[in-house]
Design a protein around this ligand. Structure first.
Ligand code: NDP
Ligand code: OXD
Length: 316
């Protein structure tokens, strides 16, 4: 009998297991609390793997990543070689990410942090936010999430540019690629949105030098700003603080952090030019997650190819 093992930290492992058991009645679904023979496990569904997560799993057909970003999984010292890794991606996740980014971009374009400050100071000062088409939004990462976000920002009229590793053509978007395209991409960006995967190449990319290359003076003098919904490892938080203090960045929306939970002594907490959310931009949904991975397993057992397989050498 085919067996699926769940190994989930920070999620209700038992509830997800019940969901899978109902969706896949022909499989045996086990959690780490159950008795099972590791060598008989065919699939592992995983998030934040413990160091011994793969011990004894000598006959795995695939690793199923609850996260859309599999960077932590790829860093696991005992990740089984040659076993395909399928990451999560579905409409629900993409819509949630788009909702987050659209809300942050709109907040900055409408100068809401500035009006918030004025309200606190009981100050009546009329400022007129520029229309969306004058706000240049630059999206780093043109994958499943970046392209969903771009589609929705386009419908709202924003001026869009995008940056990816390999060249892309997207209708109505000025696109840039690779190391050579990075500086020109930044030079025209008022609102920088990060939706890159965390890899050796992208680690620390949101740093002081990057910020200093962004367009200055846009958004009625209230730009540039950054929105990071990728990974905390993309950002250098000390550089964000310095760039905000120096005025080369005017504000930041951060959903992810170098250390999570964000330590209580982080200087980011007290700043009214930083908008913090606790890594909630787009959480994997239990209902749609069970549906997605049940189909992946069913199709795979029926001989179909696995979708959304991570390219381990590329790192995403
Ligand atoms: P994809 O793999 O679909 O897309 C990645 C994009 O990044 C591609 O366009 C790729 O370029 C580009 N890219 C990768 N490396 C580089 C590089 N060195 N230089 C320039 N561009 C590069 O990823 P998703 O869109 O599905 O997800 C992106 C990330 O979002 C995830 O890895 C995860 O970390 C994060 N995430 C965060 C969540 C949250 O709640 N905060 C929730 C879900 C995901 P190319 O097209 O040329 O390959
Ligand atoms: C993910 C996340 O990668 O929630 O799915 O960060």
């Amino acid at each position: 009998m085919t067996q699926l093992l769940l190994h989930l930290a920070d999620f209700n492992e038992r509830r997800w297991a019940e969901g899978f058991a109902a969706a896949l009645p022909d499989l045996r679904v086990v959690t780490r609390e159950d008795a099972y023979d590791p060598a008989a496990i065919d699939y592992i569904f995983i998030w934040k793997p413990a160091p011994d997560a793969f011990d004894g799993l000598s006959n795995l057909k695939a690793v199923l990543s609850l996260g859309a970003g599999a960077d932590a999984l790829l860093r696991h010292p005992h990740l089984p070689e040659g076993v395909p890794i399928v990451r999560f991606m579905d409409e629900h996740l993409a819509q949630c990410m788009s909702d987050y980014v659209v809300s942050q971009v709109t907040m900055h374009q409408r100068l809401e942090l500035r009006f918030r400050r004025q309200q606190k100071a009981r100050e009546w000062k009329q400022l007129y936010p520029a229309p969306a088409w004058e706000a240049n939004v630059g999206v780093m990462g043109l994958g499943s999430l970046g392209q969903e976000v771009i589609g929705n920002l386009k419908a709202l009229g924003f001026a869009l540019r995008g940056w990816s590793r390999t060249a892309k053509q997207i209708d109505g978007v000025e696109t840039f690629a690779g190391a050579d395209g990075f500086a020109p991409f930044l030079a025209g960006t008022d609102i920088l949105v990060n939706l890159l995967p965390l890899t050796e190449e992208t680690q620390g990319i949101l740093n002081y030098e990057t910020f200093s290359k962004l367009k200055q003076g846009g958004l009625d003098g209230w730009g540039p700003v950054i929105v990071n919904a990728g990974r905390g490892g993309h950002q250098r938080e000390a550089d964000i603080v310095r760039a905000l203090d120096d005025g080369i960045l005017k504000a930041a929306s951060l959903d992810v952090f170098e250390v999570e939970p964000l330590p209580s002594d982080s200087p980011l907490w007290d700043r009214d030019d930083v908008f913090i959310t606790p890594h909630i931009a787009a959480a994997s949904n239990e209902q749609t997650g069970v549906a997605y991975f049940s189909k992946v397993i069913r199709d795979h057992l029926a001989g179909k190819a696995l979708p959304n397989v991570i390219d381990v050498t590329r790192g995403y």
